[in-house]
Write a protein that binds this ligand. Sequence first.
Ligand code: RIB
Ligand code: CA
Length: 313
Amino acid sequence: MTLPTPIILDCDPGHDDAMAILLAAANPAVELLGITTVSGNGSLEKVTYNALRMCAVANIVVPIAKGANDPLAGKASAAPTIHGATALDGAELPEPTFEISQLSAVELIAKLVSECDRKVTLIPTGPLTNIAMFLQAHPELHDRIEHISFMGGSTERGNWTPYAEFNIWADPEAADIVMRSGLPLIMSGLNITHQALATPEILDRISALDTKLARTVVDLLQFFATTYREVFGMPDPPVHDPVALAIVIDASVARLVSAPVAIELHGELTRGATAVDLYGTTGQAANVDVAMELDVEKFWNMMIDALKVLGKE
Ligand code: RIB
Ligand code: CA
């Protein structure tokens, strides 16, 4: 019998991070060891409160630890335009049902990885600050990491600047440390996450579950849709973050290509860009498995199955 893959979700909830929390808690192919938070879609306080509230929504109880408030270089920049003032606007959410860990994110990741009897997969879906700090503080634990499957970057254009995707833009130095770590990396960039659209048909399928959780998720995604229409002119919102986890759950959900990926740190107009060398023009060795195409039906079936499991009252 194959044991579930132990995972740690490092996130900045955020609507799509919230969906990743639900998928991580429900899918039997993974074992959610813990959640760590990083400022990004909102302040560290807001995203941590939101992680606790999403756990309360679905009766999830796992260790949650606060991580970095600021990037490795510079000051934090939240993204309130997309996720609202609370960083998770759009639905009535319950108050937290448990206290956060007294450990820092790095300490919790180190504890969970050290104590686990299997190699652990890290699933960062926000800026990579906590992951970079963990890798720098615990070189002795690198061989206990199975994969780092992150949502970030793009093989094409950016969404926060013309060339940088938000998670990488928010802490390029951290992303550079992760890309250079030599660990097995899987990148789910905008090029694939923009295929994971919460269309009206998807919202109808979620509504048809007819549970309180389903109604909460539809409310959240409908808010997310309004900001994506207003800011990006996209009719349906891309639910970015669960893609990075879906690939760990079932590798057949995406087509991956190995390629060299480097982070632009100095470009005046391009800082935070992911330089993905799909055609071998740099002569560099491949360091990342880059997700290119999504099996959209398989992805949404996985996501909706998770809501079905968690929604049983
Ligand atoms: O660019 C999209 C990413 O930035 C997602 O992870 C979203 O939650 C925000 O963090
Ligand atoms: Ca995120």
